[in-house]
Design a protein around this ligand. Structure first.
Ligand SMILES: C[S@@+](CC[C@H](N)C(=O)[O-])C[C@H]1O[C@@H](n2cnc3c(N)ncnc32)[C@H](O)[C@@H]1O
Length: 434
């Protein structure tokens, strides 16, 4: 079997798990991780392109397809629906020749024992060669055109009426590969990355952030195995840099896994007594791996940040980073399946957990100490509204967020919206204890 067909078949198989007919799919990362090893590197490239692309443009592709069919495809033949969506994605969003794409997907139908759909697939894809994603978009509602679930599109319109379309469009983009360089190795790594033939662009707001082009297997980048370089979006590099405590203090990373910011805190404050807490013991193992790769030390604690009695040793912290669980709506470019897995009802549940965590951790901070609250969300209820409500409940908390960059005005904190070719959507606020 030709390589491309193995990649296409794998993509359909993965998408059946991620975007099943009943809507209850597993995460794209997990589904890909299970299948990756069976493919060669070049097959993986096409498989990833199709899987990420179909999740990114799901409603645009299915919106057009719906208009072409006399009746929808039965849910028992869902694999054929996914074959068609993959074919449309490949036609409209890849540079592969149209005739090759149109000829390949009927073969995939035969391989999945859906011979009956081979002619249909050929006819639909031939028709699709006459249009492109731009004119298809014009005939659809904004939510479909930007491939957003309607509730999320409405939430964006409510929150950011002027920016909603730009945000939704940029969430359909791919994100750059951004890394954080270890401060003491930055100069030498810049040189090593350039010598490896990569284009290295300094991030405008994160001192040690670099965008790397073309995207590359990170484990093969110079400095990765030596713990001098970590993958981290530019916006995600900003919260830990907001602490200005002297080195020797006691720091808690309260929602630490997989350890991106734990590593950064250890690089910034090498003499601090650093603890990393997470409720999920399995995910905490990733923090351990991160610490090992970076050659840093942190005390790992398994426990619920909203229940300190389970894990706290009774000694207050000087600084706490609260990178709380959130809707992750700011990082949809990197995890496009989130759009189809997140439910509107999740938001109130997450907001409740965030405010319980804030209230439970605040008493653990010394007078004069600092908390940095962060989310990768672009929904105000998890961000500025959450912090305003916290400030109203806690008279000894004062907001003091330095604003280097901000995409939109907010009452408190700093809200970043996803930028084409740049950082993800993110929010952070620095709080001082009086
Ligand atoms: C946004 S992620 C943290 C990312 C991490 N700070 C980094 O930079 O790599 C949120 C984390 O909060 C953890 N979490 C969720 N509920 C929690 C709770 N009640 N207490 C502590 N951690 C929790 C999740 O397991 C998840 O690992």
């Amino acid at each position: 079997m030709a390589n491309v067909d193995r990649a296409r078949l794998a993509a359909v198989n993965i998408l059946q798990q991620v975007l099943p007919a009943d809507g209850n799919g597993r995460s794209l990362r997990d589904a890909i991780a299970r299948q990756r090893a069976t493919l060669t590197p070049s097959e993986r490239g096409l498989m990833m392109d199709l899987c990420y692309g179909v999740c990114r443009h799901y409603s645009l592709l299915s919106g057009w397809l719906e208009g072409q069919m006399d009746k929808p495809i039965r849910s028992s033949a869902w694999a054929v629906q996914l074959v068609l969506l993959c074919g449309l994605h490949e036609l409209w969003f890849s540079r592969r020749p149209h005739h090759a794409v149109v000829n390949s997907w009927p073969d995939v139908c035969r391989s999945i024992k859906a011979q009956w759909a081979a002619g249909l697939t050929n006819a639909v894809l031939r028709k699709a060669t006459a249009v492109n994603e731009v004119n298809v978009r014009n005939g659809l509602s904004p939510a479909q055109a930007y491939s957003m679930p309607p509730w999320l599109w409405q939430a964006l319109e409510r929150a950011w009426p002027e920016q909603a379309a730009t945000i939704a469009e940029s969430l359909c983009d791919t994100a750059p590969l951004t890394v954080r360089l270890r401060p003491d190795a930055a100069v030498q790594l810049d040189e090593a990355l350039r010598s490896a033939g990569l284009t290295v662009t300094p991030c405008p707001f994160a001192e040690f952030g670099r965008n790397i082009f073309p995207a590359h297997n990170v484990t093969e980048l110079p400095g990765f195995n030596q713990g001098q370089l970590s993958v981290q979006d530019e916006a995600a590099q900003l919260p830990a840099a907001l602490f200005d405590q002297p080195n020797t203090q006691r720091i808690l990373d309260a929602c630490a896994a997989p350890g991106g910011k734990t590593g950064q805190l250890a690089e910034l404050f090498p003499d601090a007594e650093l603890s990393a807490l997470d409720v999920d013991g399995k995910r905490l193992k990733h923090v351990e791996d991160t610490c090992q790769r970076l050659g840093i030390r942190a005390t790992l604690l398994t426990g619920d940040a909203s229940e300190p009695s389970q894990w706290w040793d009774g000694v207050q912290y000087d600084a706490v980073l609260m990178d709380v669980p959130c809707s992750a709506t700011g990082i949809i470019r990197r995890q496009p399946d989130l759009k189809w897995h997140r439910r509107e009802s999740d938001i109130a549940v997450l907001c409740g957990l965030q405010s319980r965590m804030l209230d439970a951790i605040w008493p653990l901070i010394k007078s004069g100490g600092t908390m940095v609250y962060a989310t990768c969300s672009i929904l105000p209820e998890e961000n500025a509204q959450q912090i305003s409500a916290f400030l109203a409940r806690q008279p000894d908390a004062q907001e003091d967020t330095p604003v280097l960059v901000r995409s939109v005005e907010t009452d408190v904190g700093c809200q970043l919206l996803p930028q084409p070719g740049g950082h993800d959507g993110f929010f952070f606020a620095r709080l001082r204890k009086l």
